[in-house]
Every structure is written in C-alpha cells, then in structure tokens.
Design a protein around this ligand. Structure first.
Ligand SMILES: [Zn+2]
Length: 372
C-alpha cells in the first residue's frame, strides 16, 4: 500500500486503504450538506444537527462506495481474479483488480456487480425511509442515501471505459468481436465521446451562469477523458510489445558488488562511474540479493561509509524476478504492481540479466523508429 493512504484493515482478505484526498472530499461533502442541502430540505432541525447529520451522511457515503467496490471484488474473486487492494479516494473508490479478466462473461459480471450493489442499497434505504418518522433526522439521512446510491449506480453505468458501464460495454463488444484489444479501443473511444459531452455541457452551464455546477461537470469530463486516453495509450503500448520477450529487452550485463563493500564504495566506485543503478550482491555462497539505487538513497548519506551492501540489499527470496521468455508486457505490469524499477532475469536459478522500465522505454522508442 502506498504512502499516500491509511490502511483500514481487510475485508474478504483485501486490504482497504483511505487516500488522504478523501479527507478533503469528506470535509466538502459535510460542509455542502450541513450548509445548504439539509437546511433547505429540513428547515426545522436544530442548527448543530445539520453538521452532525452532514458528517454522518459523508461517512455513510464512504461505506456505500466501499460496498460498491466490494461488489466488484467479490465477483472478481469468484472468477479467481486477484484483487490487490481497494482505495477510497477523491472520486470514490477503486478496486485494484490485478489482471485482465479471463473472458467477456467474467468482465461483464465483475463490472455489473458494483452498480447492482448500489441500486440494491438505494432500494434498501428507500424502503427503510418509509419506516422512519417523516421529516426527522433518520428520514433525511435515509432519503439522501437512497438518492446518492442511485446516482452512484447511474453515473458508473455511463458507457465510457474505464467506468463500470464502459466495462460492461467492452464485455459486450468483446463477446461479439472475440477481440479484447479491439473491444477496449472501441469502449475507450466511446468513453472519450462521453467525456467530451460532459466538458461541452459543463462549459455551456458556466456560460449560462451556473458557474460551480458547470465547472464540476467539466472537471468530471476532463477526468474521464484522461482515464480513457490513458487506456488507449496503454493499449497501444501493449500492442506494440506483443510477441516480444524479456530476453530481447534485458541488459545481459549485471554488475556485481561484494557484500562487505560499504554503500560509499558502491556509490563512488560504481554508481558514479558507470551509471549502473542495480547490483548483484555477492557473498561467500554466491549471489545473495539485489542492491538498488533506490535502497541506497533510503539510507542517510552520513551512514554510507559504515553500512555494508549486504545490510541494505533485498535478499533473493524477496526479489520479484522474471524469466527470459516472459512477455515484456507482463514484466512491465509486474514492475507497475510491485513498484520496482527493475527486475532480475533468472533462469535455472542464475541471474542472466536485468530488465528496467528504462530498457522497456528505449525498446518502445526503437520499435517506433523502425516503424514496426
Ligand atoms: Zn464500480
């Protein structure tokens, strides 16, 4: 879990995190509800009640978003698709579902599960509302939660990838064309179309004098457009890397240092002279771990002369590695998921090379220049 978030625990074995940006949205929602929505809808409440109910509603909104994401995750897990984490952040929630879905049906069901949970919650809160005394605080809370869960489901069903509706749409195109890459491209282009409509409508609202609403709608459009454009770009990279293996991209030169060398010696004698950024650490029994530039910079500079390479290295049993015949795209995804800048390439227990993000970037540039 990254440093920008707070760990909240696990549900279904999935770590749940809260991005710091969520506190901003929590404050905004509480303020908007307490200062305008609740006083207008329920003018008879005591003043302090507006703030209590505003904060409580914001927390329940958070729970609703979490349940929506857990809906996606539970179905993903049934299809044995690993879910790495769920993060709640400024735009709601994101379940980090690790790999591409195994088929169109799995994709369809995983994507549809979130909005289905939200619609169910909307119906549940609406039903409970009927049992609460009309006009009271509980009634107000349930009414708002019914409305916001329905809105959440409908917004997510906009058929623009990567929103849920876009994934449902992609699954259908995928089932028809039997081509996931083509389906992703079509869904992302439709997503850009919807994003453009959001921006256009937002700008029109701004000129019509509804400045705050218009700006917010245009901002959502901009966010959707970025997400869709990112998908298209990712698709292009994946297409270009198709058929290429790590063996073609890796650097077969693997610099090694002795485990007893100090970090100062590694920096002065190797990093500064050769520009190498990752080293095999050799001990009496052979290669024992990997020392990366990143690990060195985490040690205070004053401690470099007194810290040995073997103290700072990542031992081999904890290093993620790839095989020479691993597809480059898969290696790139592995680096993204583990946050590593490079991976050792291992065959028959021997390190035969290193593959880094820079290597993949250079390879992509070369492919582009060769026009292949
Ligand atoms: Zn969703």
């Amino acid at each position: 879990m990254s440093r920008q978030q707070i760990a909240l625990g696990r549900v279904l074995g999935i770590p749940i995190g809260l991005d710091y940006s969520w506190f901003l949205i929590f404050a905004l929602i509480t303020w908007a509800l307490a200062s305008s929505y609740y006083p207008v809808e329920f003018p008879t409440w005591a003043p302090a009640m507006y703030w209590v109910m505003g904060a409580l509603t914001a927390v329940m909104l958070f729970v609703s978003v979490l349940l929506h994401e857990l809906g996606h995750s539970a179905v993903a897990l049934r299809f044995r698709i690993p879910v790495r984490s769920i993060t709640l952040f400024i735009f709601g929630g994101v379940a980090q579902i690790a790999t591409d879905p195994p088929g169109a049906l799995a994709e369809f069901l995983v994507a549809a599960a979130g909005p289905l949970v939200s619609f169910t919650l909307a119906a549940l809160f609406d039903g409970l509302k009927g049992l609460a005394p009309a006009g009271g605080a509980l009634f107000g809370l349930l009414e708002y939660l019914a409305y916001i869960n329905a809105a959440l489901a409908i917004f997510n069903l906009i058929p623009g990838f990567p929103l849920d509706g876009g994934r449902v749409f992609r699954a259908i195109v995928w089932a028809v064309t039997r081509d996931m890459r083509r389906a992703t491209w079509v869904a992302a282009m439709v997503g850009r179309g919807f994003a453009f409509l959001f921006i256009l409508y937002g700008v029109w609202q701004v000129f019509a004098g509804r400045f705050a609403d218009g700006l917010w709608i245009a901002f959502i459009g901009w966010f959707l457009d970025n997400a869709a454009a990112g998908q298209i770009q990712q698709q292009a990279v994946q297409g270009r890397l198709a058929g290429h293996t790590v063996a073609q991209v890796m650097d077969p030169h693997v610099p090694a240092v002795d485990g007893t060398m100090t970090l100062q010696e590694v920096v002065d004698g190797h990093v500064m002279r050769t520009g190498d950024r990752a080293f095999l650490v050799m001990e009496a029994a052979g290669a024992a771990g990997l020392l990366t530039f990143h690990r060195i910079t985490e040690v205070p500079r004053d401690d470099w002369p007194s810290t040995a390479a073997s103290q700072v290295m990542v031992p081999f049993d904890r290093v993620h590695s790839v095989a020479p015949d691993t597809p480059v795209w898969q290696a790139l995804q592995q680096m993204e998921q583990t946050g590593a800048s490079q991976l050792p390439v291992v065959t028959e227990g021997r390190v035969v090379g290193l593959v880094s993000r820079q290597d993949v970037g250079a390879f992509l540039r070369t492919l582009g220049e060769l026009g292949t």
